[in-house]
Design a protein. Structure first.
Ligand code: ADP
Length: 481
């Protein structure tokens, strides 16, 4: 767009001559005129001129007063004032009050054109800088709010920028990050940062991020990072991969425990079968013992395989839920009977139910049975001293069925309590030493209960025991008592 200037003068001769002179020298210029300061102000209010030229001496509002007004409404517009010959004081005043330049009468057209061109150029550059500033602001706004953590490290290793996501992922506030060495914030930075892929002048291509561990405020964080070199700094972007890393580790552990869980009963069954084939070593009682062992170990094997299958069905959403009339008391008695057979450590399982009859309910009996079996199996497994176990039918009220499995076994360390329902999570290996498990039992319980619209809660004191409470929504069903 062509630059546009406004010339303000009460002298009609000058108001005609000046634009003419400018058009001759600056062909691309658009010139508008005003014959008074108030008229000029009205024009300035609506148009953003590239420069304004005004006579300093005008009747009514003079050039200096006009300059003051321009400074208020368009401070970025360069203004040139025309002063009378020898009016140095006025010229100095004009400059002090923010005029870009002054032009003395009689006007030297050459000087006037050069000064005005410079004023227009300055305005153009100012506008460009403003655009770039806005652009930069937009970029930094984007960087500030992207989901990835972004930080900038200068050539001395000091952090110069730290965005919101970096704060959220690491828990390190902006004020604590900026100005500090990256090595002080991300433990291990000095050792591992050389292996972070960084795109630079020599490797301009986008680099694939690399997953690396850092210690942050006593926590281990796995971050997937990559960087770009810019001038004298490096911009790093990262994502938090700690959860995936933990899951990978849990999966690895699971493969190890699951194969152990499968191999142990298989070995026992194999041993028993081999012994049975030799008719010279066993009496009738021995044969019976071996057969019982094969039966119970096969059952254990089936349970492990079943857990793995149910967990996989849960993940893929392939598990469907039914609803049938259920006699809760009978279902509980049946679950306890079948579990009691496995309680090798002689643990007694008591059932505690309200003395009066229970209302009939409709629920998925297979899923409920599975939840109770898993909870009871754990209660037995983690009660090495054989303390009592109680399965309590707490209540059937207001469309909610509440059941609780209580044991007085090992209990669960407070630090573990939040995670024991996680998939594959197994508690302290010291405590669970020698006790088999896949870490799927409680995961399955929680998922089944939640998908039936219920809740499962844990109360546990290490060394004293645990109570798992299950609350499920049920529909009333006639018949079952
Ligand atoms: P697992 O196959 O290891 O038993 P679970 O998902 O059933 O897997 O349980 C997860 C962990 O929770 C167990 O490894 C154990 O540390 C802890 N846990 C579960 N139930 C009990 C309980 N009744 N008493 C003590 N610890 C328990």
């Amino acid at each position: 767009m062509n630059p546009t200037v406004l010339i303000v003068d009460d002298d009609p001769a000058l108001l005609e001559a000046l634009p003419e002179a400018l058009r001759l020298r600056m062909s691309e210029l658009t010139v508008e005129t005003s014959d008074s300061a108030p008229d000029a102000l009205a024009k300035i209010a609506v148009a953003d001129y590239d420069a304004i030229v005004s006579d300093i001496k005008m009747p009514g509002m003079d050039g200096l007063a006009l300059l003051d007004e321009i400074q208020k409404v368009r401070p970025e517009t360069p203004t040139l004032l025309i002063t009378g010959h020898g009016e140095h004081d006025l010229a100095v005043q004009a400059l002090r009050r923010g005029a870009y330049d002054y032009i003395q009468k009689p006007i030297d057209r050459e000087y006037f054109t050069v000064s005005l061109s410079r004023a227009i150029e300055k305005r153009r550059l100012d506008r460009q800088i403003e655009l770039q500033r806005l652009e930069l602001e937009r970029h930094s706004h984007v960087l500030e709010h992207v989901a990835d953590g972004v930080f900038v490290v200068d050539c001395d290793g000091v952090v110069q920028f730290w965005n919101l996501a970096a704060e959220q992922i690491t828990g390190i506030a902006l004020a604590d990050a900026v100005g500090n060495p990256a090595g002080d914030l991300l433990g291990g930075w000095d050792d591992v940062s050389p292996s972070i892929p960084v795109a630079g002048a020599e490797r301009p291509k986008r680099q694939l991020a690399r997953m690396l561990p850092f210690e942050v405020n006593g926590r281990e964080l796995w971050l997937s990072l990559c960087g770009v070199e810019v001038a004298d700094a490096t911009v790093y972007s990262f994502q938090d991969r700690t959860d995936e890393r933990m899951l990978d580790k849990l999966k690895d552990d699971f493969v190890a425990t699951a194969s152990h869980e499968l191999r142990t009963p298989l070995a026992a069954i194999y041993g028993a079968a081999k012994t049975l084939r030799r008719d010279d070593v066993l009496d009738d009682e021995g044969v019976e013992r071996m057969m019982a062992m094969i039966a119970s170990e096969s059952e254990r094997l089936a349970r492990v395989v079943d857990d793995i299958l149910v967990a996989s069905h849960l993940d893929s959403g392939r598990l469907s839920f039914a609803s049938a009339p259920v006699d809760v008391r009978a279902l509980v008695a049946d679950v306890v009977d079948s579990m009691q057979m496995h309680a090798e450590n002689g643990v007694a399982i008591d059932v505690d139910a309200p003395p009066n009859g229970l209302p009939g309910v409709a629920i998925d009996p297979i899923k409920l049975r599975r939840v109770l079996l898993n909870l009871l199996e754990n209660a037995i497994k983690y009660s090495p001293e054989g303390g009592p176990i109680v399965l309590r039918i707490a209540s059937v009220e207001n469309g909610r069925l509440r059941l609780a499995v209580h044991d007085e076994g090992l209990g669960i360390p407070h630090a573990d309590q939040e995670r024991i329902f996680d998939k594959f999570y197994r508690g302290d290996p010291q405590l669970a030493r020698g006790v088999g498990g896949t870490g799927l039992g409680l995961y399955i319980c929680r998922e089944l209960v939640q998908r039936m619209g219920g809740e499962i809660e844990l109360e546990s004191e290490p060394g004293k025991g645990s109570t798992f409470t299950v609350e499920l929504p049920v529909r009333a069903a006639a018949g079952a008592r």
